[in-house]
Structures are given as C-alpha cells and as structure tokens.
Design a protein around this ligand. Structure first.
Ligand code: G16
Length: 568
C-alpha cells in the first residue's frame, strides 16, 4: 500500500505474522503478555467508549492506547480496509486525552465494535489474550488478512507518547501503519477515506487535502460578486490547538480574496483554556486572546478542529453567537436554492440533536420547508441518520457537522455540471459540484466548514449580521452538574426525556411548565464526568432560572457531588 510503512522486521509482530494466525487463539500469547506489561492497566480501572471514543486524564490512558492499537488491527482485518486512530481529547482540558477510531470511509467506529473496544480497554492483564480471542471469534476476524492503520494526534503534550503506545499495540498484532503525526481529526478521517477509496475521494496526503479544498473554494468564489476586487477578512481563534498549525500550512494554498488572521495559536497559552468553540458556545462570550472590533466576522475552532462557531460584536458591544444551528441553516438555504435551480428531485433533510435551538428547528421546518430529524448527541448518530437522504445536512448546536451527498445525488450533479444544456441549470450544478468537493463528507471539519461558510457568504453577498438575522435564537443555557455516577441518568426520545432516576423527569416537567416557550432536558456527558443540563425559555432571565432549578433537581435526585449548583 503506497505511503505505508512496514513495522520494523525485528518487531514482535513480524514473528506473529509468520505464524498461521496473527491474532486470536493461535496468537503468540507470550509476546502479547510481554508488550502489554509495558502498558499496564491500573487494576480495577474501567472506562467506557463514550460519545467520541475514550476520554479521561491522560495518565490513565497508556493501556487504552496500546489496546486500541490491537483493536484497530482486528478491525482492519475484519473489514479488509485501513482504519484510523486519532489521539485527542478534542474540547476537553489539556490534561485529558482520548482516542477516536475511524472506520473505512472516514466514519466513526461502527457501534457494534464500541462494545469490543470497551471490553478490550477494561480486560485485566490476565484476561487480555482471552478477550482478543473472543473478539476475533465474535467479529469473525479473518486472521490471514493484511492490516493497516493510519495514526494522527493533536498538540496535547501527552499525545506523542500515547501515539507511540498505539504503535506498540499495532506492532504486536501485525500489519502496516502510517503515522501522520500532528493532524486535525477531520484530516485523519479524510486520509482514511482517500486510502480506502483508492484515491477517488482525493490524495491521502496533507497536500492532497489542502489542494482539494482550496481548488474547490477558488472555483466557488470566482463567481461571487466583486470577486478579485475585495478581500474578505476572518479572525480565527484556534483554541491553542492543532487548527493553528494546519491553517498556517494551508495559508499558501488559499486565494488572496480570503485573508485569515490566526489567534490563540498555542504558542503562549494552554489548549482550550478560556478559548475555542466549546468555551464560546457554552459561555456565550468571546474567547480570550482575540481582539474583536464591532461587526468583524470571527470564528472559533475546537481543540482538534472538528467544530466551528462564528460570532461578532455589534456597535453597542453586544456579543452575537452564530452556532451550529445557524451554520446548518445557512448551508440548507444555499443548497435548497441550488437544488431548485437544477430542477431535479434531489431530497434534502437536516439532522439535529436535542440541543438545537427551538427557533432553528421552527425556521427550517416552517419557513424553509425542509424536514428535520432529531437524534442522540454524537456525530456518529447524526452522520448515520444523514446517510438516509440524497442530501443530509447535519450539525450539532456546538458546531460539529457537515453535509452528506448520496452516491446517486453526487453522480447526477456531476453529470449535470458536465452535460446540461441549459446554462442556468448547468451553472447551479457546477456550484453544487464544487460544494461537494469542498465539504469534508467524512466528518465535521472546522477548516472545510469555514471555507464552505465563507464561500456561501461571498456568493450570496451576505454580511455576518444578515446571516445572524435569519432567525432569532431563543435564549438558552447549558450547565454541568457533577454527580457520583452519571450513569444513573438514563434517557429516551433522542435524550429529550429522563427515564431514571425515578421522579427526575416529573420534576423537570413541572419546572418547565412555570415558563413560556420553555424546554429543558438532562443527559450524562459521554466525554466528561458530568451531567449536562440544557434549558430554553422566553427570556434569558427565565432560561437561567429554569436551568438552575433543573440542575438542583439533578443534584438532589441523581446523587450530586460537592457543593449544590449556584444560581447563574
Ligand atoms: C464530541 C462528539 C460530539 C459531542 C461532544 C459532546 O465532540 O464528537 O458529537 O457533541 O463530544 O459530547 P458529550 O455531551 O457527550 O460530552 P468533540 O469535539 O469533543 O470530539
């Protein structure tokens, strides 16, 4: 496989591969034992494959990384494709780390394998061999297949060492790997997809990624009013993370029409500290370290550059957040107009989560007349749902999302862009074709989303204020509460209702009734040791009161830890 590096001949994996089975019952258990002992599991520690893989304090993750190296090889053999492993804890504090596994077409790991990942991560040392064998049997792993893994990591101080533990795991079970080193999470997803589609999706290199996106972006903005004459400025808060590094690399590929200014590039401050997309969304205020003048368009990436939110400050100094819901709305308006112009029966739908602002759902359904679907938090759920449509726009309110085009829709659009006789239809199809090339369809990608948004704003001649004015968000508030065991909260109806602990949902229902246009729900986070609380109501004051009351209900009924939540 081009670009892949064989593990060194002297590595344990070589010896294993010479045997009839690289993994499973006949595996060289002594070698596994020996290498696993270098990455010992703290006895009794159990971790769960959460919303986006494993996440916890970096010092607890060495064994998990080694074992995810093992798992990636098993998965690669099972599906006869390259698998990706990204070492990152994304929006979490710098001291945390984590791992996200990437499936062949760049999607998140298939849910059926999440359970195997959890089993493997939690097996005690003496059970490890048996667990590997068990997974091989259950998942019908063809031990004779070749295996290959792509590895990437974020800029956390702990990431390099942890990615070496991944490589140790890979080496024990055999196969090839390519270590891309520092990349954004979506870049790794892109590489995996390129590799498994034999280059159809693009070249599996960073250069290939930059060239593909910048070419599509340039094609798009060529058609914008005033193109070539005016420059667009965009200030980007990079969360002190990988986004800064990769945007700097990409800058020479970008046309002069787009001038990006990078802030929080990681040279001075800590990753995600008082900055980044999660901070801006949760606190609804600008990040530290970005000087914002009135009406300037600004955006924030998160720690591994798979989320983006926009914002600006008006003349009165008032801060306006443009979150994932408004990004989805802008993209949907734009695509819907183009689809109408090409005159085909290509159906579009939007996928959201319970966190979507009520105003966005109403606007999409009632004004834009686009079907909206609500699924559980986690891009894996949104991605899966979006695959059901010709064009599936999915975004979480936190700014994590993308657009998926079905194979049939993509083929039709490319054909129209080439052969359609009607000029207007052909031009619309060409714009759609370039959007397909610009959007990273494997996963939410802050760089790609940023270019998509900048292209749409330029083509439609929209200012950030005009975009913001499409609809008015209902006041909303996100809070966190610490409890002894967050799994005591179980939810249903796409996480909009709590099933346990007893009495909690009844209490939330009663609290919600006190306010107008109100809504609230609670759910255990899959990336942090907290319960998340979301509330919406007619005014910010009422929203904050509702959010606080619900957080107290969680604290009292779900075993709160530490001090009770304070009013906002
Ligand atoms: C991850 C997931 C997102 C999810 C977020 C928060 O984001 O990829 O889909 O919305 O965690 O999840 P939770 O509320 O369960 O903690 P990231 O950017 O941190 O990888």
């Amino acid at each position: 496989m081009a670009g892949l590096r064989d593990v060194p001949a002297a590595s344990p994996e070589r010896r294993l591969r010479k045997g009839s089975a690289a993994a499973g019952a006949e595996m060289d258990s002594e070698t596994l034992k020996k290498y696993s002992a270098l990455h010992p599991k703290p006895p009794g520690l159990t971790l769960q494959y959460g919303t986006a893989g494993f996440r916890t304090k970096a010092e607890q993750l060495d064994h998990v990384m080694f074992r995810m190296g093992l798992l990636a090889i098993l998965r690669s053999k099972a599906v006869a494709s390259t698998i990706g492993i990204m070492v990152t804890a994304s929006h979490n504090p710098e001291e945390d780390n984590g791992v996200k596994l990437v499936d062949p077409l760049g999607e998140m790991l298939h849910p059926s394998w999440e359970e195997y990942a959890t089993q493997l991560a939690n097996a005690e040392e003496q059970e490890l061999q048996e667990t590997v064998t068990d997974i091989c049997e259950k998942a019908a792993v063809n031990q004779h297949k070749d295996a290959s893994v792509f590895i990437g990591r974020d800029t956390r101080p702990s990431s390099e060492k942890l990615s070496r533990s991944v490589i140790d795991g890979i080496s024990v079970l055999g196969g090839q790997y390519h270590d891309y080193g520092l990349v954004t999470t979506p870049q790794l997803h892109y590489m995996v997809c390129c590799q498994n589609t034999q280059g159809q999706y693009g070249k599996a290199t960073l250069e290939g990624y930059y060239e593909k996106l910048s070419k599509a972006f340039m094609e798009l903005i060529k058609k914008s009013p005033g193109s070539g004459e005016s420059q667009r400025h965009l200030k980007i808060d990079c969360a002190n993370g990988i986004g800064a590094l990769k945007l700097s690399e990409m800058q020479p590929y970008l046309p002069q029409e787009l001038l990006i200014h990078l802030y929080n590039d990681g040279t001075k401050e800590k990753l995600n500290y008082l900055c980044g997309a999660d901070f801006v969304k949760v606190h609804q205020k600008p990040p530290r370290g970005l000087d914002m003048k009135p009406n300037e368009r600004c955006c924030s990436f998160d720690g591994d550059a798979d989320r983006i939110v926009y914002y600006y400050k008006d003349e009165t100094g008032h801060f306006h957040l443009i979150d994932g819901d408004k990004i989805a709305t802008l993209i949907s308006i734009f695509l819907k107009e183009l689809l109408a112009k090409v005159g085909q029966t290509i159906k579009m739908a939007v996928v959201q989560t319970a966190y979507a602002n009520g105003s966005s759902t109403r606007y999409l359904e009632e004004t834009l007349k686009v079907p909206v679907h609500c699924v559980k938090t986690g891009v894996k759920h949104l991605h899966h749902k979006a695959q059901e449509f010709d064009v599936g726009v999915y975004f979480e309110a936190n700014g994590h999302g993308t657009v998926l085009f079905s194979k049939a829709a993509e083929t039709k659009i490319r054909q129209l862009a080439k052969e359609e006789k009607d000029d207007e239809k052909r031009e619309a199809a060409k714009v759609l074709e370039n959007m397909i090339n610009l959007i990273n369809q494997t996963v939410g990608d802050a760089i790609s989303d940023m270019l998509v948004i900048e292209a749409i704003l330029a083509l439609k001649g929209l200012s950030v204020q005009q975009w913001d004015a499409i609809y008015t968000d209902l006041p909303n508030r996100l809070l966190k509460v610490q409890v002894t065991d967050r799994q005591v909260i179980d939810t249903t109806d796409a996480e909009r209702r709590a099933v346990t602990p007893p009495g909690l949902q009844e209490k939330i229902d009663a609290l919600v009734k006190k306010y107008k246009l109100s809504r609230a729900f609670v759910r255990p986070s899959g990336t942090e040791d907290v319960v998340r609380i979301y509330a919406e109501a007619d005014t910010q004051e009422n929203t904050d009161a509702l959010a606080h009351e619900v957080s107290l209900a969680v604290y009292h009924l779900a075993g709160g830890r530490g001090e009770p939540p304070q009013p906002i």
